[in-house]
Design a protein around this ligand. Structure first.
Ligand SMILES: [Ca+2]
Ligand SMILES: [Ca+2]
Length: 398
């Protein structure tokens, strides 16, 4: 199916046997690792430039592993997910060293899936390009869902509940489901896509803080699964005030309890374990027109920002905070901008938009499409998340 296009090859039986051995070993590894039923490789013609063949083969191997990971672990490959029939959108990825790989995927209605990765060296139409291909078929199995909470915030006027369409952890607006001063306001982003707008500082600040809170946190005290140290928070935000930039810290009471210097789009939950060890800390994200601070907080002895990043944010902006082995990383509009410090203890995701206490750092601006993943997303997945929701927010107001 995919022939080696090298026209100048000289056959060498000894080198051919070496390459064949490598390919067979690779195929064996792949079969063991992924439960693949079938692996084939192209007809190969060995040339004096054996390294070219290896580069192409490595590119194909990299490609097939990526396809397995995207489809069988992340359940998102070339635009296909789930078990239904789907033809993926082919993607070609260039490595920058002259090698590239083209990835393809197709799945029928019975979830039988074929993935193909064509590795090429001297990409771009060279007459002496070398190609190697690996393909595999397997029966797709359901992937455990890593997106555990999604609040689209599209309910619109009058609703007192913001539904978590993924995890059922629905937020109540304000103190109760009655209309009250602590309710944030529904607003329109574009078309039928809505968001919540928070009024932030007012003269009656201690009475007027608006917020929305889900009943179950992720510290293990509620029915939702406990999630610690490896997770992702992603959301769209349009801040209308600055927050106060500080140094990055890994412990202690930053500026006492004067959290009102912050502007919490996502409020850090009370860790509830005081100063005992290992202390549990809720993560929160303070977003102002002058940047982003990731905060952690426990009940009595700690509130500090392990990550602070100053930049101008004056339009709808996609924020993703990826915790990996306890270390926060900040992506803005799909781009990794900063990796923070690594405090001790355990950290878990937030469940509240805005601030519900006096002088706790109320938020002014709009928030939309809040997601929590029970895994540390990689850069490609963050970019997917951004791209999937970018168009509706581009140019929209708050
Ligand atoms: Ca209410
Ligand atoms: Ca929305």
């Amino acid at each position: 199916m995919y022939a080696d296009l090298h026209p100048y090859g000289k056959r060498s039986e000894r080198e051919g046997m070496t390459l064949l051995l490598v390919v067979v070993l690779l195929a064996a590894f792949l079969s063991i690792a992924a439960g693949i039923f079938q692996i084939a490789f192209t007809e190969y013609r060995l040339s004096g430039e054996l390294s070219d063949s290896f580069r192409a083969l490595y590119a194909a191997d990299e490609g097939i592993e990526r396809l397995f990971f995207y489809d069988r672990v992340l359940d998102s490959a070339l635009g296909c997910s789930g078990l239904g029939a789907c033809t993926g959108i082919p993607e070609t990825i260039f490595f920058g060293n002259g090698a590239c790989m083209k990835l393809e995927l197709s799945r029928d209605a019975t979830a039988q899936t074929v993935v193909t990765a064509v590795g090429e060296f001297r990409c771009g139409g060279s007459p002496i390009a070398v190609r190697r291909a690996l393909w595999a078929t397997y029966q797709k199995e359901a992937v455990a869902d890593q997106l555990i909470a999604l609040w689209p915030l599209d309910e619109g006027g009058g609703a007192q509940t913001a539904v978590d369409v993924r995890g059922g952890n629905n937020m109540v607006l304000g103190d109760t489901t009655a209309a009250e001063a602590t309710d944030p306001a529904w607003t329109t982003v574009s078309g039928t896509d809505g968001a919540l707008k928070f009024n932030g500082s007012t003269i009656l600040k201690s009475l007027m803080n608006d917020f929305a809170q889900a009943p179950n946190d992720y510290s293990g005290t509620g029915p939702t699964p406990a999630i610690f140290d490896n997770f992702t928070i992603a959301f769209w935000v349009y801040p209308l005030e600055n927050r106060t930039s500080t140094a990055e810290l890994t412990s202690g009471l930053a500026f006492g309890w004067n959290l009102n210097l912050q502007s919490f789009a996502l409020f850090p939950s009370d860790g509830g374990t005081g100063c005992i060890s290992p202390s549990r800390k809720g993560a929160g994200v303070s977003v102002g027109q002058n940047g982003v601070s990731v905060f952690e907080r426990d009940s009595t002895c700690a509130v500090y920002p392990p990550l602070v990043y100053n930049t101008t944010i004056n339009s709808w902006t996609h924020i993703a905070v990826v915790y990996q082995s306890r270390t926060p990383m900040l992506y803005i509009n799909g781009v990794l901008e900063r990796t923070g410090l690594t405090p001790t203890g355990q950290v878990f995701p937030p469940r509240q938009l805005g601030d519900n206490g006096p002088n706790y750092g109320d938020f002014k601006g709009c928030i939309d499409d809040v997601r929590i993943y029970d895994q540390s997303l990689d850069a490609a997945m963050i970019l997917d998340d951004y791209n999937a929701t970018q168009a509706v927010h581009a140019g929209a107001s708050c």
